[in-house]
Design a protein around this ligand. Structure first.
Ligand SMILES: Nc1ncnc2c1ncn2[C@@H]1O[C@H](COP(=O)(O)OP(=O)(O)OP(=O)(O)O)[C@@H](O)[C@H]1O
Length: 247
């Protein structure tokens, strides 16, 4: 293999990446590559650094913490994310975390759709594919009600389904769902997983969760994170077979 080819082939690539937040090391020496089209599960207990790691691809930690310092490499399709304009990164990588569920509560469906599709959007503009997507996600009935009601009146899983819809219609190259699927019941979670896989194409998907077994069926790659360090990165089969599953 040629030097550097691993980096060029990976959708997301980290090499000896260390992240300090407010001068404390929070992610340590992370090396990882997620290939185009792979589904990667980032698994780890509360506070293990899953969100910090996922947000690093979009410079989102800088918006949350006062001092953020990174060392090592962190790349998107072979290019350092530091050299990619934030706006472009956020177009190519759709990131959803649980805080979005509350954040969108104050918007009406009408406002939410206009943010997504432009100021002149009306419900009649939705394509058949988009209507089908809303149907699969079981939120098509939201279209029947008053579009000016705040989304906060709906169930959290309906808001989550709406967020999933909004990421899929943007057709990003990478989707990152940071712990959000943990908040769904088994049946809805299975439906969302199937939808993500069925509509995936060569899109890369990163899921983070505190519950490993819930996502083993869809993950090509499993990354086990604890206290900011990778303890395992590899196939789900090896993880289950090996002693790693006792982590
Ligand atoms: N808002 C915050 N203020 C201060 N420190 C924080 C904050 N959020 C995270 N941290 C620090 O970063 C570490 C990693 O947190 P992170 O949120 O990435 O973990 P996580 O694995 O995503 O956890 P969870 O499963 O609870 O979402 C935490 O242990 C904590 O020390």
């Amino acid at each position: 293999m040629k030097m550097g080819s691993l980096k060029d082939e990976a959708a997301l690539y980290l090499k000896n990446f260390t992240l300090k937040v407010n001068n404390e090391v929070k992610l340590e020496n992370i090396s990882l590559d997620v290939k185009r089209g792979q589904v990667a599960l980032i698994y780890g207990p509360r506070g293990s650094g899953k969100s910090l790691l996922l947000r690093a691809f979009l410079h989102l930690n800088e918006e949350i913490f006062e001092v953020v310092q990174g060392e090592g490499e962190i790349c998107f399709f072979g290019k350092s994310v530091l050299d990619i304009e934030r706006k472009l990164l956020r177009k190519e990588i759709a990131y959803v975390d649980t805080s979005f569920l509350n954040a969108i509560s104050f918007f009406s469906l009408h406002e939410f759709m206009r943010l997504l599709k432009g100021d002149h959007f009306v419900i009649e503009d939705l394509s058949d594919e988009e209507l089908d997507l809303l149907k699969v996600l079981e939120i098509d009935d939201l279209l029947i009600g008053d579009p000016n009601v705040p989304l906060g009146v709906f169930q959290p899983f309906q808001r989550l389904a709406l967020l999933i819809y909004s990421t899929l219609v943007r057709n990003p190259r990478v989707i990152i769902l940071d712990s959000v699927l943990d908040h769904l019941d088994d049946e809805v979670c299975t439906r969302v997983k199937n939808l993500l896989i069925d509509s995936k194409g060569d899109r890369t998907i990163l899921l983070s969760s505190r519950y490993v077994f819930r996502f083993l069926d869809v993950a090509d790659l499993l990354i086990y994170l604890k206290s900011g360090k990778i303890l395992y990165a590899g196939s789900t089969e090896e993880f289950v077979k090996g002693s790693h599953s006792s982590f």
